[in-house]
Unconditional design. Structure first.
Length: 335
């Protein structure tokens, strides 16, 4: 499962309704739950799971009892604004879109830094590197998804155009794999733990390249809150970020125990959880951020959104980002 899928802007009617609802009723957030995009389907949610299991939220002084999975795109933003939580981890493009539409949100920490993509083909396919892409059929999820962003940025880097390949929007990762296995496509993307599950079920694929190895890092997900909650729930927001950071540190320091937690929470066989986590640790670098902002990686998102037509021009980061809830050692200069 990719971390974020279709990056649809919020419809104007829905936007107006949400703003009216917030101002008229003062919706109270579920302070004991967090919203995390694609929770239990992708590995970005693991630090929160570890933090719950190890009691880090309680230690930090906040009562978190569970996690609400977001479907991706703007769904996490909408759930946050409707009172679903004090905090949500969402795709950065969704946060940018919401902020530019005038929604009262603040980006308060970074979460997923880099590429967690595994691009695969059939074992016998004559496709071995990015240099072999010309003329190939590439399956990706949906227009304006992270997988489309990736391919368009990769083609740009290779000096190729979109017309030099055949791009096929197929929906879910499973549809892309079916397309490759049946010969309908030459290349598709997989992420963990879906990749390891497919391998353990007998799937045979050739890895053509890992996203991290062919493009600069891009910030995939960030933590957001509302302007109202930023003013009234600072203590809880600081505690959430602190507990998540401890969860990240635990994953890197104790991968075997983290895999056992992953297995239980995501209902995965232990060997699948171990392989999925090892792929992440070995192939994707420091993918889970401690919380500090990587402005270069965020700039890559803006570039990608311009390529796909989701955005035109630059963004005002200072109006979107608040570092008030990060510990001092994680503060960075925001241009």
């Amino acid at each position: 499962m990719t971390i974020f899928r279709r990056l649809n802007p919020l419809p104007s009617i829905l936007l107006s309704a949400i703003l009216a609802l917030l101002s008229a009723t003062g919706v109270r957030a579920q302070a004991d739950k967090l919203i995390v995009t694609h929770y239990a389907g992708a590995l970005n949610g693991l630090p929160y799971t570890v933090a719950l299991e190890k009691g880090y939220f309680k230690d930090a002084g906040v009562n978190i009892t569970g996690i609400i999975g977001g479907a991706g795109g703007g769904s996490g933003v909408r759930s946050l604004l409707a009172g679903g939580s004090l905090y949500a981890e969402v795709a950065l493009p969704a946060a940018i879109t919401a902020a530019r539409q005038g929604l009262d949100i603040k980006i308060i920490n970074s979460c997923g830094e880099g590429w967690d993509q595994i691009w695969v083909t059939r074992p016998d396919a004559p496709l071995n590197s990015v240099q072999d892409l010309r003329g190939k059929r590439i399956a990706y999820s949906r227009p304006r998804s992270v997988s489309e962003m990736f391919i368009l940025m990769l083609l740009e880097k290779q000096g190729m155009k979109k017309s030099d390949v055949q791009m096929m929007d197929v929906g879910a990762d499973s549809a892309g794999i079916t397309a490759v296995e049946t010969g309908a496509a030459d290349l598709t993307v997989m992420t963990e733990p879906f990749y390891s599950m497919q391998i353990h079920q007998g799937g045979k694929y050739k890895v053509v390249f890992y996203g991290k190895d062919v493009l600069p890092p891009m910030t995939q997900t960030v933590g957001i809150t509302t302007g109202e909650f930023a003013k009234s729930h600072g203590k809880e927001l600081r505690a959430i970020i602190e507990a998540r950071r401890k969860g990240v540190e635990f994953i890197y320091a104790h991968p075997d125990e983290a895999a056992a937690i992953l297995s239980s929470a995501y209902h995965l066989p232990l060997d699948v959880a171990k392989d999925a986590l090892q792929t992440n640790l070995q192939k994707f670098g420091k993918w889970w951020s401690a919380g500090n902002f990587d402005m270069s990686g965020m700039g890559e998102v803006v570039h990608a959104m311009n390529i796909t037509g989701e955005l035109s021009g630059t963004v005002d980061w200072n109006s979107m980002i608040s570092q008030d809830f990060l510990p001092p050692d994680l503060h960075r200069k925001i241009p």
